[in-house]
Design a protein around this ligand. Structure first.
Ligand SMILES: Cc1cc2nc3c(=O)[nH]c(=O)nc-3n(C[C@H](O)[C@H](O)[C@H](O)COP(=O)(O)OP(=O)(O)OC[C@H]3O[C@@H](n4cnc5c(N)ncnc54)[C@H](O)[C@@H]3O)c2cc1C
Ligand code: FES
Length: 521
């Protein structure tokens, strides 16, 4: 008699491998040590309380080769939304009385794999990545919303763009669990807005739903799958934490830029994406009273836009002068919304300056580049304000120099660097140029002879090693790696938290080796 394999029973057989691969190895390969650990988990089933899950592990063990074949043939994947869908199918179709034991066993499986990380299975124990994946999976197992919706629905309706479940957050009691804690979070894009010819805003909800908590001006690091690799770049959160259900980034397409072009050309409503954050210290929050002068150019408008939206929602009496510089009237981002805010708030003033404006454009505003004269003309009382500046590096260098020249009190000056070109201290590096050094990239077993003026990121990239980076200015923390032995010197270490330093992390883009060092790359 043919045995009918239901969706649930197929998923129950695949689920242990799916979860193991998700936790132990996001890139879909299994090392010999991981294989050994997986075999042990399948064999020692005495920890299971659910007879269903015990049988499922036994079947996975018996059919391991076929399950692995189905996985490598792409019949199932380990992306977080695929694991979430399988969990919902399995748990949603399990009888309510069997569910607690099954949930408990699934959590046990996660804990056992996480514990095995201490002995070199998957990401290292101290890794943020391993910890975050573990947290996301355990939350998925415990989440009730998707499951109950599924059991109640007679016939699930497939929507091309999944409806976000954000409304669930409005019902019932708000608990700490509902907030985005610092770390990696699965997002789903819900909308893409064309701001200008080369700037788009991407709006997201968290999945499972969360309330976003961050300081206006902070950024998050997106993980983008490009040609089989995960590429990371940081983007300021252009939304405001006063509207916590939705988060957004606003990205400018950069010529030949990997991630900005991928976002513009590929990301659309319905697509999942991972983001890590929130990060950064550029925010108006400790300085709630103002008065403020926001100065931005190009896509550097995003952090000061987030601050403006926050102040608009929470402090309508705030005294804000907003100066934005763009190439042409067509390049102005958020101009309509800023003018709207100006109409509604008595002490909000926005002024736009274009460096070029064709006569035919009818542009009524100032034309030119930033200068001390223009600054003092547009904002005569600028010396009494706190300045928040963001834009391309040459623009910021010029603006900062002008403020110093005017005699501005630089203790009230704040800036955010998006980076792009490496920003380093040539003087400090020069002093070490004559000193010999050696960097051992331990995970890759590559040793490089170098100078004390060389940066660890450059050395790694020259060797073709996969170190992620974004700002190359010591700000974003994307290039964080672990220093296992020796000492380094940083030109700038703003991207490290005190905990990072305690854990032995360094910023590869800013760290130069002193003598012999070993890094975990
Ligand atoms: C804290 C922070 C916040 C940020 N916020 C924002 C934001 O809100 N909005 C925003 O738009 N950006 C933001 N950025 C910048 C963003 O992180 C990216 O740096 C930017 O989008 C470019 O990334 P990319 O992958 O497209 O370009 P990359 O691939 O990194 O290229 C960067 C530069 O190198 C050049 N380049 C690339 N390949 C080559 C090549 N083969 N030969 C020569 N040149 C080459 C590109 O032309 C480009 O100028 C932020 C950065 C940081 C650190
Ligand atoms: S790449 Fe941003 S801190 Fe190094």
């Amino acid at each position: 008699m043919a045995v009918r394999v239901t969706e649930k029973s197929r998923m129950l057989i695949e689920l242990p491998m799916m979860m193991f691969l998700r936790l132990a190895d996001g890139d879909g390969k299994m090392t010999a040590r991981e294989m050994e650990c997986f075999d042990k988990l399948l064999k020692s089933r005495d920890w299971c309380r659910s007879s269903l899950f015990r049988r499922s592990l036994a079947t996975t063990e018996a059919e391991k080769a076929e399950v692995w074949e189905r996985y490598t043939a792409g019949e199932f994947g380990t992306a977080i939304d695929q694991v979430a869908a399988s969990l919902d199918t399995v748990l949603g179709s399990t009888a309510p009385e069997e569910r607690p034991d099954l949930e408990r066993d699934l959590l046990q499986l996660c804990r056992r794999v996480r514990k095995a990380a201490r002995w070199g299975v998957g990401p290292f124990w101290g890794d943020d990545e391993g910890k975050t994946t573990f947290e996301v999976l355990t939350e998925l197992i415990k989440r009730p919303s998707a499951r109950s919706a599924q059991t109640e629905a007679k016939a699930p309706v497939e929507a091309k763009v999944p409806t976000s479940n954000v409304g669930a957050l409005l019902a019932g009691h708000v608990s700490a669990e509902m907030f985005w804690r610092r770390g990696k979070l699965p997002l789903r894009c819900i909308q893409v807005i064309d701001e200008t010819h080369d700037v788009k805003t991407f709006r997201f909800v968290a999945e499972p739903p969360k309330l976003f908590r961050y300081y206006p001006g902070q950024f998050m690091t997106l993980e983008v799958p490009i040609e089989g690799n995960i590429v990371r770049r940081s983007y300021t959160i252009s939304a405001t934490p006063s509207r916590p259900h939705v988060i957004s980034i606003t990205a400018k397409r950069v010529e030949r830029g990997q991630v900005s072009n991928w976002l513009h050309d590929n990301l659309s409503a319905g697509d999942p994406l991972f983001a890590d954050g929130p990060h950064g210290t550029f925010t108006c929050i400790p300085d709630e009273a103002g008065p403020y002068l926001f100065i931005s150019a190009g896509s550097g408008i995003t952090p000061v836009m987030s601050m403006s939206r926050w102040l608009y929602d929470t402090m309508p009496e705030a005294d804000i002068q907003f100066l934005h510089f763009a190439r042409s009237p067509e390049d102005l981002i958020f101009a309509d919304e800023l003018r709207e805010m100006e109409r509604h708030l008595p002490s909000f003033r926005c002024q736009f300056v274009c460096s070029q404006a064709a006569e035919t454009s009818g542009w009524p505003g100032p034309v030119g580049r930033i200068s001390p004269e223009l600054l003092t003309k547009l904002v005569p009382d600028l010396k009494k304000r706190s300045v928040y500046l963001c834009g391309p590096v040459p623009f910021m260098d010029a603006a900062r120099g002008m403020l110093e020249q005017i005699g501005f009190d630089m203790t009230r000056f704040h800036q955010e660097i998006f980076g792009g070109v490496p920003r380093r201290d040539p003087g400090a590096a020069e002093a070490q140029a004559s000193k010999a050094a050696k960097v051992m990239f331990s995970a890759s077993n590559i040793e490089v002879d170098c100078k004390g003026s060389d940066y660890i990121l450059d050395l790694a990239l020259t060797e073709g090693l996969p170190v992620a980076y974004s700002c190359r200015a010591g700000q974003c923390g994307t290039c964080k790696v672990t220093l296992l032995e020796g000492k380094v010197e940083h030109d700038c270490a703003n991207g490290l938290t005190p905990n990072d330093e305690k854990d032995g992390h360094i910023l590869a883009c800013q760290a130069r080796p002193i003598g012999h060092v070993v890094v975990d790359v």
